[in-house]
Design a protein around this ligand. Structure first.
Ligand code: SF4
Length: 210
């Protein structure tokens, strides 16, 4: 589980702790009634965090542990991120590509109806939007990666709110398929997905940092 550790920098610590307190007791939408643990973010919130990854919503494993992307699809995402990082440090480039990321979802609490996990509603994502924007403002990323159509549908809102609340320029964007959509596919299809995602991330980072 060491891959799933989170940290934040000393200079941002008071702000992050304040936000965690606020987000952890949030009851802005009805999802607070069904969550066991809010899944706020995992990864690194530094002023130099250059990538923020946004998925759809926590599942049962995440709800139990209290972190986003720690179930099967989280492991697949983590494999992609680890291998992308290794590829980047092995590249002999005349510019440096940082690879510090944090991961979250459009909503921090598991969306469930009649005990069945479902996609988050538009209203739930709207209620949770300020939490995602807070993470973006803390990180000032160069790149936002949305995973799946649901997260992608919120991109315009995130960008608009981010630009209203941050002094930093707009982030670049990359859209990837959600890893959960790959879990029932063949090993070959999963491998192809990993390779395709890695090469898309590296190509995008190259365009940003070259
Ligand atoms: S999903 Fe977001 S807005 Fe809704 S209760 Fe959880 S933290 Fe609050």
């Amino acid at each position: 589980m060491s891959n799933f550790k989170s940290s934040f920098s000393a200079e941002l610590r008071p702000q992050v702790l304040e936000h965690i307190k606020e987000w952890s007791s949030c009851n802005k939408c009805s999802l607070h009634k069904t969550r066991h643990k809010g899944c706020l973010f995992r990864g690194h919130i530094f002023s130099k965090t250059n990538i923020v990854i946004i998925g759809e919503a926590p599942g049962d494993t995440e709800d139990t542990i209290g972190q986003p992307f720690v179930g099967k699809s989280g492991q697949l995402l983590q494999d992609i991120l680890n291998e992308t990082y290794e590829e980047i440090i092995e590249c002999d480039l005349d510019y440096k590509i940082p690879f510090i990321y944090t991961i979250t979802n459009t909503v921090a609490c598991i969306p469930k109806t009649d005990n069945k996990v479902r996609p988050p509603s538009k209203n739930e994502m709207t209620q949770c939007l300020s939490r995602v924007v807070d993470i973006l403002v803390l990180c000032s990323p160069q790149l936002v990666i949305t995973l799946g159509k649901v997260a992608h549908s919120q991109l315009k809102n995130y960008t608009k709110q981010y630009l209203q609340h941050s002094t930093q320029p707009a982030f670049d964007h990359l859209h990837l398929d959600h890893p959960a959509t790959m879990l029932r596919k063949s090993d070959d299809a999963i491998e192809l997905y990993k390779l395709r995602s890695m090469s898309q991330i590296i190509a995008k980072l190259n365009t940003i940092y070259s």
